[in-house]
Design a protein around this ligand. Structure first.
Ligand SMILES: *[C@@H]1O[C@H](CO)[C@@H](O)[C@H](O)[C@H]1NC(C)=O
Length: 195
């Protein structure tokens, strides 16, 4: 276990691109599998394959290039540089990533109007991201010890991927729709099954 934790950052350093692709594939397919599990019913592997395809084809590469660009433009970990990076990421990177997810999924699922989900859910999802990512990034840099940051970022990315997949399949992109769903789920689990 301990070896694994050290092997991952080392692999990421030596083979940044393949590690990135694997990481994104794992985060998104894991997120989709989790939200499907929570929804109950049979696992839809076709759906998970679509999610993984979008993550590998687009998000892994986009983030790889985008984060490097940001780091080159605004280097360092000084509060000002971090704040500027968070701001750029939220105004430029996030909308692109959210749009690509909805449109990419619609294309892979062969929907008639590939922009419908995007039109209906983009603003909600973008606003949810605005409530989530700056908070994650700032806590990352202010409170999380350096050696836990990779794991923390991975966990937060996983939760976000789970939320995105839920929004795409059943939610409307608001955090509220996800929490309402979870609450209903929890209260259903407390109540004994009806006869
Ligand atoms: C957290 O900090 C590390 C650097 O210590 C950085 O590589 C990573 O991208 C940050 N994660 C987030 C979500 O800001």
């Amino acid at each position: 276990m301990a070896g694994w934790w050290r092997a991952l950052p080392r692999a990421a350093q030596r083979y940044p691109w393949p590690t990135n692709v694997l990481l994104y594939a794992a985060l998104f397919s894991g997120g989709d599998a989790l939200q499907q599990r929570l929804q109950g019913g049979r696992a839809d592997w076709r759906q998970t394959r679509c999610v993984a395809t979008v993550a590998v084809a687009f998000h892994a590469n986009f983030n790889y290039v985008w984060l490097r660009l940001l780091e080159r433009a605004l280097p360092g970990r000084a509060p000002r540089a971090v704040l500027a990076k968070v701001l750029c990421d939220q105004t430029l990177g996030a909308p692109v990533a959210v749009s690509a997810f909805y449109a990419g999924m619609s294309i892979l699922q062969g929907k008639d109007d590939i922009f419908l989900d995007l039109k209906q859910k983009f603003w909600n999802t973008y606003k949810s991201g605005l409530m989530y990512w700056p908070f994650v990034q700032l806590t990352n840099f202010s409170f999380v010890p350096v050696h836990w940051r990779t794991a923390y970022t991975g966990l937060c990315g996983f939760l976000w991927a789970t939320f995105l997949c839920f929004s795409q399949q059943n939610g409307d992109g608001t955090l509220k729709s996800a929490f309402t769903f979870l609450r209903r789920k929890a209260s259903a689990a407390e109540r004994p099954p009806e006869k």
